[in-house]
Design a protein around this ligand. Structure first.
Ligand SMILES: Nc1nc2c(ncn2[C@@H]2O[C@H](COP(=O)(O)OP(=O)(O)OP(=O)(O)O)[C@@H](O)[C@H]2O)c(=O)[nH]1
Ligand SMILES: [Mg+2]
Length: 347
């Protein structure tokens, strides 16, 4: 199983209590106060790790607690701080507060670390309250409770290109052929059950982009039919969409209708998705009816259409180049926006 969404409960450690104690020695029957402070509770962090593929670990163990701080002791001994916990999550994980449904944190790159919950402060021992006017303080304080939260963790794939299409369009076959990833392929729908990201290299141009194979979508996906919007969320962060159409219309599919339905599902799920640059890969051009269907398709839609065949690798050079250019364009635009934002914040 692949888990890209889980419910979890995290808790930071409580602060240790301060200690109330007086020094008592053989020659010191009425020694001064010596109660130490309690230690601080451990905090809870999440950290993005490319070696963590999904949230399976949290499905099986949803509850995580950082250690409490130790209480202070006599002889001026402070309690040890509780150890922080660093929870490893896949790159692209969003943390959503289950009560408010607000996102509270996200980690987008390997090594990104976010503090989710602060540990409680340790209490003060009575030694701390000693002063010239209070030589034998009787006050001390208790440790504060650590923060806790009920969250939903959601992974949203990070890739430059999101490959979408009906089941059996040939998405996984293409990923196998042009990237280093090897998703399973098969002549039955929903062969792909979870998104997989592959790297597409351009050795001559010293460039590389990432392509995500998304499980097949069907009409009603935005309302959760088929594998549904569970998987549409994985295209939210892609820079460019590659819509793959089975141009042969295998098993009675209709290329023109397929394209309409796909765009509509994207729009219903999130209107912003259709504003992303999108290229169309007209696949299975090796099949007998594909050329005729392609002509009709091009008459209907004015956008960029790249005829390809995963059997002969026809059209791959043009498609790969078009993908690179589209991705580079978005990267440049994003960089310009970032620089602008930085400049504004400096003024
Ligand atoms: N003739 C022909 N068959 C193809 C081509 N590309 C893929 N296929 C076949 O189409 C079938 C489906 O391919 P997949 O790559 O598994 O399709 P998918 O889009 O990943 O499907 P899901 O994972 O179910 O969404 C397989 O039997 C492939 O061999 C092509 O260009 N020409
Ligand atoms: Mg597939």
């Amino acid at each position: 199983m692949f888990y890209d969404e889980v419910k979890v409960n995290f808790k930071a450690g409580n602060g240790g209590d301060g200690c109330f104690s007086f020094r008592r020695g053989k020659y010191e029957p009425k020694g001064g106060p010596d109660g130490g402070n309690g230690g601080r509770g451990g905090a809870v962090y999440i950290i993005a790790d490319t070696n963590v593929a999904d949230l399976t670990d949290y499905h099986y163990k949803p509850g995580w607690k950082a250690k409490n701080g130790e209480p202070g002791r006599g002889s001026d001994q402070h309690g040890a701080n509780g150890t922080d916990i660093l929870l490893r999550v896949p790159v692209g994980t969003v943390v959503i507060d289950r009560e408010t449904e607000d996102p509270v944190a996200e980690v987008l790159a390997h090594g990104d670390q976010v503090l989710l919950l602060e540990g409680g402060f340790g209490g003060k021992g009575n030694e701390t309250f000693k002063s010239s006017v209070n030589q034998a303080p009787r006050q001390f304080t208790l440790g504060k409770p650590g923060e806790e939260g009920e969250y939903r963790l959601v992974v949203k794939t990070i890739a430059d290109v999101g490959l979408i299409g009906f089941p059996n369009a040939g998405k996984s076959t293409l990923l196998n052929m042009i990237t280093n990833a090897h998703p399973k392929t098969g002549a039955y729908p929903f062969t792909t059950m979870f998104p997989m990201v592959g790297v597409l290299e351009y050795p001559d141009q010293y460039e590389r982009i990432t392509v995500a194979d998304i499980p097949g979508l069907i009409e009603g996906a935005s309302e959760n039919r088929g594998l549904g919007h569970r998987f549409l969320k994985h295209v939210e962060r892609c820079k460019v969409l590659l819509v793959m159409i089975d141009m042969e219309g295998t098993d009675g599919r209709e290329p023109i209708a397929d394209f309409r339905v796909l765009l509509n599902e994207l729009k219903l799920y999130m209107p912003g998705l259709v504003k992303k640059p999108e290229l169309v890969a007209a696949n299975k051009m090796d099949e007998p009816n594909a050329p005729e269907h392609l002509q009709a398709f091009k008459k209907k839609f004015k956008g960029k259409v790249y005829p390809i065949s995963c059997v002969s690798d026809e059209g791959f050079v043009e498609l790969k180049q078009a993908l690179l250019e589209a991705v580079l364009e978005v990267r440049l635009a994003e960089k310009a926006l970032e620089e602008e934002a930085e400049e504004n914040s400096n003024h």
